[in-house]
Design a binder for this molecule. Structure first.
Ligand SMILES: C[S@@+](CC[C@H](N)C(=O)[O-])C[C@H]1O[C@@H](n2cnc3c(N)ncnc32)[C@H](O)[C@@H]1O
Length: 230
């Protein structure tokens, strides 16, 4: 199989450029990190019209701009329409980078898992997305909370837990296990930032080589520091 069969899919792409509030330092967003690699096509979804426009303008100036398709829509709807389903001989890398768990309903993730050779690179926003909201979830009698949608299940109501952070860990495990049920290998989770974690970063793949590469990327150096080698 050639690299011609390898699209990059960014379902919540952002504007293409990130800025650190504290220092004003700018660095490339995920679409531009991906553009530095040998994918044959880049499918970028961003549902905020202004951000999608800015992204379009930035991408247009990139030498690989002609390989990029920007979809200014809600990725959950695009997935439900079956538009994110790829042929079985296509190797897809999908990046799923939400700002909260409401943007990642399991039903949309399951649409992605219908593609046989897809790797899912996922950030799980547990601190603001789950830990802080536990009291609201517990109070809610509706079975349509963001957490139900995130896990595709209301079983969390039966969980035994003492602290909100323990509840969040159980939610992350339940989310990962649901994806693993579709035949994916769950790899090591990375907590970001390491001292006061806000989110987890992980890779799901059906191929064992992906786990090998993931572990190499996350190699721990001799001082015990975790290094990211992209
Ligand atoms: C955390 S940011 C992505 C950052 C990006 N990965 C980067 O490295 O710059 C999440 C983005 O997803 C967009 N978004 C949120 N919900 C979405 C949805 N349902 N469909 C598409 N885009 C969405 C937001 O407007 C925001 O720009």
């Amino acid at each position: 199989m050639s690299v011609e069969d390898a699209p990059y899919l960014d379902v919540m792409a952002g504007p293409g450029l990130c800025k650190l509030k504290e220092t004003g330092e700018e660095f490339p967003g995920s679409p531009f990190v991906a553009l530095a690699h040998e994918f044959h096509e880049f499918i970028l979804i961003e549902d905020d019209p202004q951000l999608a426009d800015v992204l379009k303008q930035r991408v247009a100036k990139h030498p690989k701009g002609s390989l990029v398709k920007i979809i200014p829509e809600n990725w959950v709807e695009v997935a439900e329409q079956g538009c994110l389903r790829f042929r079985d001989d296509t190797l897809v890398v999908a990046f799923i980078d939400p700002t909260g768990i409401s943007q990642v309903p399991m039903k949309a993730i399951l649409q992605l898992t219908k593609t046989r050779r897809i790797d899912l690179l996922v950030t799980i926003q547990h601190s603001l997305g789950i830990t802080l909201n536990v009291p609201q979830y517990i109070k809610s009698e509706s079975e349509q909370t963001a957490l139900e949608a995130f896990l595709d299940s209301g079983d969390w109501r039966k969980w035994k837990w003492r602290e909100a952070s323990e509840f969040a860990r159980k939610a992350i495990d339940a989310f990962s296990e649901r994806i693993q049920k579709e035949g994916f290998i769950g790899t090591r989770h990375i907590s970001v930032p390491p001292d006061q974690p806000l989110y987890r970063f992980t890779l799901f793949s059906r191929h064992s080589l992906a786990e090998k590469f993931w572990n190499e990327i996350l190699r721990i150096d001799e001082t015990g520091q975790r290094e990211l080698h992209f």
